[in-house]
Ligand binder design. Structure first.
Ligand code: NAD
Length: 430
């Protein structure tokens, strides 16, 4: 019981701290309080019952949500997660981050996020499919390629997206695969989507190193989390000549001063599921990894990893937040005092939604790009977003941190669009 309450409090804090950050950015940019009024709550938040016939013949009713935060730029966009700990407040915060991300990187989407409260580990594949189809039947009327476009998130994948595309298309009586992104290639997916977040993170880290005058190809990098994002970023860093001195996952960490052999490590993890047992490197803990002397630290696992109790130990020059919410507000303060640049999550991990946008564009055109084209467009978008945000931060809030600059920059763009659409009758400034 205590654990559940604590979990609830922790998730609720994400919403509180996000709202605090939005309010702070609006005040600092001298924007109208009306902007906060528009952003403080989702435009629509829906809770639905998801009845499912289980394989043992019983019926279970799961809870489903969709948070549609803001659509000033275009259709809502954001992941669908299957997880037992999802709360309505955490989903609202996640949908706000999507709004900020899309604005920042300049893709014409608003922020959304959805969930089904369930434990995917305890579901058979048939039950997962039935939950997915039931979710679409319950919420299909507020989804659509021009309305709201889900994508994979925690414990949902390309197969789940294909079921959504199929169920939605049969309900609409026409093929309508643009209703989701992150689909398998055979049903309108996009090459490069799977590794897009790690690749975007790589582009952003390279720009940050340039800004801090660190020779990138000789930089020493530590990565916490070696899943989709962490391992793809690691591979690209290694290919560029950077030295990956440490990585970690849920099974622990590995350190090697001369650099870990990343392709071999990826093979090992593909075979065994974990870093543990890889023969080359010194075993370290996740806490050790965060405190290593390195140029760039990439948290690519969970939220709240760099916090008030360990931020002072961080020795990296730059932190690039591949994960969502890995640094607490208390840690932000400490890192700022230590002159460590934190490239915030809403910028650093926006490669995924950017390539989702490319997938949607291709679905709309009925034409597929090759990998080189996708990666080139991704690089252009990420580099431009980094330079815009970094420049804005240096010009407008250098005494604060880059996260504040990113929020201000993103909200300025949202406010401008709101004004043109007639949502801010008294102008965008206070
Ligand atoms: P994943 O499940 O593929 O990998 C997560 C990794 O973190 C695994 O290696 C896991 O072992 C490790 N991990 C879990 N608990 C840990 C712990 N206590 N200490 C150290 N490592 C631990 O997930 P992913 O898709 O790579 O996502 C990683 C982060 O990036 C998440 O915060 C996610 O929200 C964020 N993100 C992902 C995407 C995407 O496209 N996949 C997009 C935006 C943001």
């Amino acid at each position: 019981m205590t654990v559940e309450v604590d979990k609830e409090k922790k998730k609720d804090n994400i919403l509180e701290s996000t709202l605090r950050m939005i309010r702070h950015a609006i005040d600092l940019a001298n924007l109208s309080p009306d902007v906060y009024e528009h952003l403080k709550t989702p435009m629509r938040f829906v809770e639905v019952a998801i009845p499912v016939e289980m394989e043992d013949g019983t019926t279970k009713v799961f809870t489903g949500y969709r948070s549609q935060h803001n659509n000033v730029f275009g259709p809502y966009k954001g992941g669908l997660r299957y997880h037992p700990d999802v709360t309505s407040d955490s989903l609202k915060a996640l949908s706000m981050w999507m709004t900020l991300k899309c604005s920042l990187v300049g893709v014409p989407f608003g922020g959304g996020k959805g969930a089904v409260v369930c434990d995917p580990m305890k579901l058979t594949i048939k039950e997962r499919e039935r939950i997915t189809r039931s979710y679409v039947r319950a919420l299909g009327s507020i989804l659509g390629p021009e309305v709201d476009i889900p994508a994979p998130d925690i414990f949902t994948d390309a197969q789940v997206m294909a079921w959504i595309a199929d169920e939605y298309s049969s309900n609409m009586r026409e093929p309508s695969f643009g209703v989701v992104t992150g689909k398998p290639l055979a049903v309108g997916g996009c090459v490069g989507r799977n590794e897009a977040t790690g690749r975007g993170c790589f582009f952003v880290a390279r720009e940050a190193a340039k800004a801090y005058e660190i020779p990138f190809e000789h930089s020493r990098i530590a990565i916490q989390g070696f899943g989709n994002v962490g391992s793809n970023a690691a591979r690209l860093f290694a290919e560029e000549g950077c030295t990956i001195i440490a990585v970690s996952d849920i099974s622990g960490g590995l350190y090697k001063e001369e650099g870990l052999d990343i392709p071999r490590l990826i093979d090992h993890v593909n075979k065994t599921g974990f870093i543990k047992g890889f023969p080359d490197g010194e075993v370290i803990t996740n806490e050790d990894l965060l405190a290593l002397n390195c140029d760039i630290l990439i948290p690519a696992a969970l939220e709240n990893q760099i916090n008030g109790s360990n931020a002072d130990d961080v020795k990296a020059k730059i932190i690039v937040e591949a994960a969502n919410g890995p640094t607490t507000p208390e840690a932000d303060q400490i890192l700022k005092e230590k002159n460590i640049l934190v490239v915030p999550d809403i910028l650093a991990n926006s490669g995924g939604v950017t390539v989702s946008y490319f997938e949607w564009v291709q679905n709309n055109y009925g034409f597929s790009w090759d990998l080189a084209t996708v990666n080139k467009h991704l690089q252009d978008k990420m580099v431009e977003a980094f330079r815009n945000v970094y420049h804005y931060y240096c010009e407008n809030c250098i005494d604060s941190d880059m996260r504040t600059g990113a929020y201000m920059y993103s909200i300025m763009r949202l406010a401008e669009a709101m004004q043109y659409r007639g949502w801010l009758r008294n102008g965008i400034y206070a």
